[in-house]
Design a protein around this ligand. Structure first.
Ligand code: NAD
Length: 484
C-alpha cells in the first residue's frame, strides 16, 4: 500500500475519497516553517448528511458482525499503523510541530495500541445479569448506531483513535472529524482502514473546521452520541446543542493541573518528570502540570534545579533529533500563548526563564517557537493561574502545609488531573482523595493503563473514556426481565 499524501486532501465517505460538496478548502500550514503545504475540505451539513446515510446502511451488518471479525479488522489496523510508523510520524510532526522523535516514540505507537486494545475489547466485552426470586434480568448492551467523534490537534492520531477504536469495537459506525489544524494522519488512517478490510461506510472521516463541519456532526439528528475532546469553550457549545437533543455526550475538555511537590520526594525522579509534565509536547498536553506547587522549605532549591534543567531544553526544528522542543501548533495559538505571557507580567508575575519567542534560521525561520517559560510571584486567583494557557508556560507557587497545598490545587474551575510527589504514601493518598480531579498521579506522570477511567470533573468534562467505560459509552444498556 502506498501512503502518499496529495496536496489536496479529501473526505473519506463510504470507502471512497471524495471532495466536499461545496468545493471549499482550508489551507494546511506547517507550524515549524509557517508554509502552506496542503489543503483540506471545509465540509458542511450536506457532506455530513451524505456520510450519515452511508453509515446507517453499513451499520446493519457491522453491528451484527461477530466480535471475532471486528477483532480481526481492528487488530489489522493496529498492525498497519505500526508498519507505517515513519510516514505517520512525519505527517504528525509536519502538521503539529512536535519533535519527530516524540511522534515516533509516543503518538503513533499509542494510536496502534488504541486499536489493539479495543480489538481485544470487542472480544471480551460482557454485560451483567441480576437474579431475582421470581426470575432474572440481563443487560443487553447494544451499539448505539451512528456516532460522532471529534478530536483536537495536540495529540492528533493518538486521540482520534482513542475514540474511534472503542466506537467501532462496540459495533457502531462512525462519522469522525480530526482537527482542521492537524488533518493528515487522519487522512492516512482512512487508507489504512481500507487496506485492513474495514467495510466501506463503517468509518467515515470528514475534514473541516468546528463551526462548519463539527457543528453539523453535533446537530445531525441521526448521530446519537458525540465523543468530543477539545477546549472547554467548544465543549460548552457542543453541550448546548446536543443536550436538548438528548444525545449521549462524552466531553474531554481543558485543564489547569496542579503538580504538588513535597520536600520528602525522590528529587531526581520528581525533577525529570516535572520537566516532562511542564514542557512535553511544548506544554500542549491536556495533562501537563501547569501550576507547580512547591513546599516552602525546598522552593529555592527547586527553582534553581528546575530552571537549570529547563535551560537545557533545545527549542528547534522538529525534524532535528536534538530538538527537545518543537514548534507551537499554529500562529493563532502562538499569539494566544504570547498574550498570556504578557498578561502574566501585567498581573505582577516575574519571568524566571523564557517568556519570549525563539527565532530560528534556515528552514524554520518563519516558524512559531516559544522558549520554555517559568513564572513566579503570582497568587492562585489571577488569570494566569486560573485559565488554561496550553503552552510551554508554568507558574511556581509555594505552600506551607498539606491543607494549603490542597486549597491551591483546587483553586480553579478545572479538574482534569493532578500530580503528587512525596515518599509519604498516606499523605499522598489523603491528598489525592481531596483533590478535585478525575486523575491523580502519585510519584509519576502520564503513566497510562488503557483499562483505567480517563476524564475530568468540573469544567474539564463529563464522562470517562478508557477500558469498559468507553465500551459502555458507545453502547446502550437494555434490561431484559424474564419471569420464571
Ligand atoms: P478546540 O475545542 O478548538 O477543537 C477541538 C475539535 O473540536 C476540533 O476538531 C475542532 O474543529 C472542533 N470544534 C471546535 N468548535 C466546535 C464546535 N462548535 N462544534 C463542533 N466541533 C467543534 O480545541 P483544540 O484547540 O483543538 O485543542 C486544545 C484543547 O483540547 C485544550 O483545551 C486541551 O486542554 C483540550 N484537550 C483535552 C483533552 C482531555 O482529554 N481532556 C485532551 C487533549 C486536549
Amino acid at each position: 500500500m502506498q501512503l502518499d499524501i496529495p496536496y489536496q486532501l479529501n473526505n473519506f465517505i463510504g470507502g471512497q475519497f471524495s471532495p466536499p460538496n461545496n468545493n471549499q478548502y482550508l489551507d494546511n500550514i506547517n507550524p515549524a516553517t509557517g508554509e502552506v503545504y496542503g489543503q483540506i475540505p471545509n465540509s458542511n451539513e450536506s457532506d455530513v448528511e451524505f456520510a450519515v446515510e452511508i453509515a446507517r446502511k453499513a451499520f446493519l451488518s457491522w453491528s451484527t458482525s461477530p466480535p471475532e471479525y471486528r477483532f480481526k479488522v481492528l487488530n489489522k489496523i493496529a498492525e498497519l499503523i505500526e508498519a507505517h510508523l515513519d510516514i505517520l510520524a512525519l505527517a504528525e510532526t509536519n502538521d503539529n510541530g512536535k519533535p519527530l522523535w516524540l511522534s515516533k516514540e509516543v503518538d503513533i505507537p499509542r494510536a496502534s495500541s488504541n486499536f489493539r486494545f479495543f480489538a481485544t475489547g470487542a472480544m471480551q466485552f460482557a454485560s451483567e445479569s441480576h437474579a431475582m426470586e421470581s426470575g432474572v434480568n440481563f443487560t443487553l448492551r447494544q451499539p448505539i448506531g451512528v456516532v460522532g467523534c471529534i478530536s483536537p490537534w495536540n495529540l492528533p492520531l493518538y486521540l482520534f483513535t482513542w475514540k474511534i477504536a472503542p466506537a467501532l469495537a462496540a459495533g457502531n459506525c462512525v462519522i469522525a472529524k480530526p482537527s482542521e489544524v492537524t488533518p493528515v494522519s487522519a487522512y492516512l488512517l482512512a487508507k489504512i482502514c481500507k487496506e485492513a478490510g474495514l467495510p466501506d461506510g463503517v468509518l467515515n472521516i470528514l475534514h473541516g473546521d468546528g463551526p462548519s463541519c463539527g457543528e453539523a456532526i453535533v446537530k445531525h439528528p441521526l448521530i446519537k452520541a458525540i465523543s468530543f475532546t477539545g477546549s472547554t469553550r467548544a465543549g460548552e457549545k457542543i453541550a448546548s446543542i446536543a443536550a436538548p437533543m438528548f444525545k449521549k455526550l462524552s466531553l474531554e475538555l481543558g485543564g489547569k493541573n496542579p503538580n504538588i511537590i513535597f520536600a520528602d520526594c525522590d528529587w531526581n525522579k520528581m525533577l525529570y518528570n516535572t520537566i516532562r509534565s511542564s514542557f512535553g509536547n511544548q506544554g500542549q498536553i491536556c495533562l501537563c502540570g501547569s501550576r507547580i506547587l512547591i513546599e516552602s522549605s525546598i522552593y529555592d532549591q527547586f527553582k534553581t534545579d528546575f530552571i537549570a534543567w529547563a535551560k537545557r531544553l533545545t527549542v528547534g526544528d522538529p525534524l532535528n533529533e536534538l530538538s527537545k522542543q518543537g514548534a507551537i501548533v499554529s500562529k493563532t495559538h502562538f499569539e494566544k500563548i504570547m498574550g498570556c505571557i504578557e498578561k502574566a507580567k501585567l498581573e505582577g508575575g516575574t519571568i524566571l526563564l523564557g517568556g519570549h519567542a525563539v527565532k530560528q534560521t534556515g528552514r524554520c525561520e518563519n516558524g512559531y517557537f516559544i522558549a520554555p517559560t517559568i513564572i513566579e510571584n503570582l497568587g492562585p486567583h489571577c488569570t494566569t493561574n486560573k485559565e488554561e494557557i496550553f503552552g510551554p508556560v508554568v507558574t511556581l507557587q509555594p505552600f506551607n502545609s498539606m491543607e494549603e497545598a490542597l486549597e491551591l490545587a483546587n483553586a480553579t474551575q478545572y479538574g482534569l488531573s493532578a500530580t503528587i510527589w512525596t515518599q509519604d504514601i498516606s499523605k499522598a493518598t489523603k491528598l489525592a482523595a481531596g483533590i478535585e480531579s478525575g486523575i491523580v498521579w502519585i510519584n509519576c506522570w502520564l503513566e497510562r493503563d488503557l483499562r483505567t477511567p480517563f476524564g475530568g470533573i468540573k469544567n474539564s468534562g463529563v464522562g470517562r473514556e478508557g477500558g469498559w467505560e468507553a465500551m459502555r459509552f458507545f453502547t446502550e444498556a437494555k434490561n431484559i426481565c424474564i419471569q420464571y
